[in-house]
Design a protein around this ligand. Sequence first.
Ligand SMILES: NC(=O)C1=CN([C@@H]2O[C@H](COP(=O)(O)OP(=O)(O)OC[C@H]3O[C@@H](n4cnc5c(N)ncnc54)[C@H](O)[C@@H]3O)[C@@H](O)[C@H]2O)C=CC1
Ligand SMILES: C[C@]12CC(=O)[C@H]3[C@@H](CCC4=CC(=O)CC[C@@]43C)[C@@H]1CC[C@@H]2C(=O)CO
Length: 383
Amino acid sequence: MERWVYGSLWALFAGSLLLRLARSQLLPTRALLHLGLLALLQHLCQACLPLPLGAPLTAAGCLALGRAAQRRRLPVAGKAVFITGCDSGFGKQAARHLDSMGFKVFASVLDLESAGAKELRQSCSPSLTLLQMDLTKPDDIRKAQQLVQPQTASTGLWGLVNNAGFDDTIADAELSPLCKFRTCMDVNFFGTLELTKALLPLLRSSRGRIVTVSSPAGDMPYPCLAAYGASKAALTLLMDTFRSELEPWGVKVSVILPGYFKTGTSCDPAYWHEKKEQLLASLPTDLLQAYGEEYIHEINKQFVKFMKIANEDLSLVVNSIADALISTTPAPRYYPGRGMRLIYFIHHYLPSVIRDLFLKAFFINQKLPRALQPKHQNGLKQE
Ligand SMILES: NC(=O)C1=CN([C@@H]2O[C@H](COP(=O)(O)OP(=O)(O)OC[C@H]3O[C@@H](n4cnc5c(N)ncnc54)[C@H](O)[C@@H]3O)[C@@H](O)[C@H]2O)C=CC1
Ligand SMILES: C[C@]12CC(=O)[C@H]3[C@@H](CCC4=CC(=O)CC[C@@]43C)[C@@H]1CC[C@@H]2C(=O)CO
């Protein structure tokens, strides 16, 4: 009897864990997971249940998992979606893709004359509306809300895709100017929060969707990304809170956590060279003395080399955005991109010392600051 109780409890625990992992999008393939789960259930039933119930229970498991695995999609007709950051990158490609799917797209851009805005104007259907909006300007957000509201009064606004984001500093937190922390927070957190609050009444009336593109840098300490990562950490937590609080209203919230992709200026060496020079010119002398110019050149070199191998297939992210908008069961998290499952597995299950070493080996591994180098050590001792 005891064996039977333990076996059943173990089967329930293992089954719930594997199902949670399946829904989290963290595992390589659903089929692999389902086979593993069914083999486990079959074994446990045979080992623990007094009667030959293995086969019928396993068959029931197949049916249940098959239904869970089916991700049904909602009809697109009549659904309006507001997307931010469509000048380039994921936002531009998502606007074009959602327009081709039949959504009524409101594509906001920083600059209506940007190459991306012109491309969307030329390549998308007449139902796509381009509008200029700077997330750091409350007046722009108010005008955007006033444009969208009358055009969605009958249908409500089905989706908000918070895609716009900013970072232009790749340096240790101590070397990152405070104004960079503020700009990242202003765009990535406060601007996104203000827009979301402005459009929430429309989203609640349609029991629609909020899809926010955050970053794994908000979940784990990527070296030299403190300003950006802190703003994304705040954003991700905000969206998790929205997901819980908006559940009674029928509004579903998903967070997209992409890997590293070639978008906008993310892999433009000339852009990052200019940002490095601006940073060097802005640093106080004592800080520059302590770290040394070479330290900052090395970070920039490692970063530019890393982005050379960034993913070029933006459709991985765009498809996650689309799924979060029209799946009947959107996932709370999407992890599109090479190696993201491994990175999150390490983050969730390995000790912090291993996690930190992995991120340094994977992304940027700073050299010793000038003041800590043996040939400069005597300078420190005298001070
Ligand atoms: N490229 C990558 O490897 C990754 C990007 N992300 C996130 O993906 C999102 C999209 O970025 P990407 O397409 O990669 O880069 P991107 O630079 O091509 O696009 C960023 C967009 O945000 C807009 N934007 C910037 N500041 C703005 C402001 N103040 N107001 C309104 N819009 C503003 C830009 O005009 C641009 O359209 C961002 O939230 C970014 O943090 C997350 C993980 C990885
Ligand atoms: C900061 C930025 C976007 C990111 O989130 C990535 C970063 C390059 C290193 C990364 C590797 C990952 O595995 C996750 C994503 C990320 C932290 C990108 C460099 C420029 C990108 C940017 O500026 C976004 O606005």
